[in-house]
Write a protein that binds this ligand. Structure first.
Ligand code: PEP
Ligand code: MN
Length: 337
């Protein structure tokens, strides 16, 4: 971090500022010029608050030269993190496919889909029990009952479970029922929930907010990791742009960018990005080719009658043929499914 001082700053004022900064454990290196003087800061500057420093009367401007996230940063952890969920590893040579319905609708529905996607090669089962819907009049999910049906589907299929948590009050219930907590796009910056999830010991699938930058996503991962849980899986699920032809715009470049900036595994959700089933295969192939460590795909036994997101859900048969295509793309980039 570099602090540019205002012209006319006295030596005493500069020294006072340095003394204050050093209290945060950083080293200060003043460079005194004829017209402009700066202070270079070395050490863990993530503890510093830029707005607070800018308020000092002698400060002209403050410039960041290092990323504000540390635990999620590849600089301090050069090797890829591999996150284990039962027998499944995310972030290693194998690409993990997470498949299942947007919403759990009945025990028969989730169990049938679990068996089908497992046959096709899925490594985990997704299913929403608490649904964050845009309209309060839309189906809100089966809640605890849905989680119970998912648990039955796990017993039958052996697939670990991923489900979205929408409120910190659900943490205890999720600890008991699911293998991976999903934090949805609308909760990516629910900092109080992220802090509490940092105290849990299960992997967190953290979806990028639809209007959030890559750095903001990494700062949200940092919230969870700084609480003590470093098992974070990042997920690109499409962002809002001016384009209306698709539900969201899949930011495919987020995959290589995140992999470069962070050691955490990165997965892609082509279903919520494209918003239409016919787009899912192309977006999935693109994600695997771009280096994604996994995909989370909506699969429904009867998409036209789904209680949520039927238009973007694949049938089990379509998922099966997609997995076959993805195996060829994975092989081309030295990965396996
Ligand atoms: C979901 O996975 O069903 C979901 C609601 O996703 P997102 O948070 O990405 O919209
Ligand atoms: Mn959905």
């Amino acid at each position: 971090m570099i602090i540019v001082l205002k012209q006319g700053t006295s030596e005493e004022e500069r020294q006072d500022l340095c003394t204050w900064l050093e209290k945060f454990g950083v080293e200060t290196n003043p460079i005194i010029g004829e017209h402009t003087s700066i202070i270079g800061l070395v050490g863990d500057t993530s503890v510093l608050d830029i707005d607070q420093i800018s308020q000092h009367t002698i400060v002209e401007k403050v410039m960041k030269v290092a990323e504000p996230y540390k635990r999620a940063n590849r600089k301090f952890h050069p090797e890829d993190s591999i996150i284990k969920v039962g027998q499944v590893e995310i972030g290693g040579p194998e690409i993990a496919l997470i498949a299942g319905p947007c919403s759990v609708e009945s025990q028969e529905q989730i169990t049938g889909i679990a068996q089908a996607v497992r046959q096709s090669g899925a490594a985990m089962l997704r299913g929403g029990a608490f649904k964050p819907r845009t309209s309060p009049y839309s189906f809100q999910g089966l809640k605890a009952e849905g989680l119970m049906y998912m648990r039955h589907a796990r017993e039958v299929s052996g697939l670990p479970l991923v489900s979205e948590i929408t409120n910190p009050s659900q943490i205890e219930m999720f600890e008991e029922f699911v293998d991976v907590f999903q934090v949805g796009t609308r909760n990516m910056q629910n900092f109080e929930m992220l802090k509490l999830l940092g105290q849990t010991r299960k992997p967190i699938l953290l979806k990028r907010g639809f209007a959030n930058t890559i750095e903001e996503l990494l700062m949200s991962a940092e919230y969870i990791m700084s609480g003590g849980n470093d098992q974070v899986i990042l997920c690109e699920r499409g962002i809002r742009t001016f384009e209306t032809a698709t539900r969201n715009t899949l930011d495919i470049s987020a995959v290589p960018v995140l992999k470069r900036l962070s050691h955490l595994p990165v997965i892609v959700d082509p279903s919520h990005a494209g918003g239409q089933a016919w787009l899912v295969p192309a977006l999935s192939r693109a994600a695997v080719a771009a280096g994604a460590d996994g995909l989370i795909i909506e699969v429904h036994n009867d998409p036209p009658h789904a209680l949520s997101d039927g238009q973007q859900s694949l049938t089990p048969a379509a998922f099966d043929s997609l997995v076959k295509d993805l195996r060829r793309v994975a092989a081309a980039v030295d990965r396996e499914i």
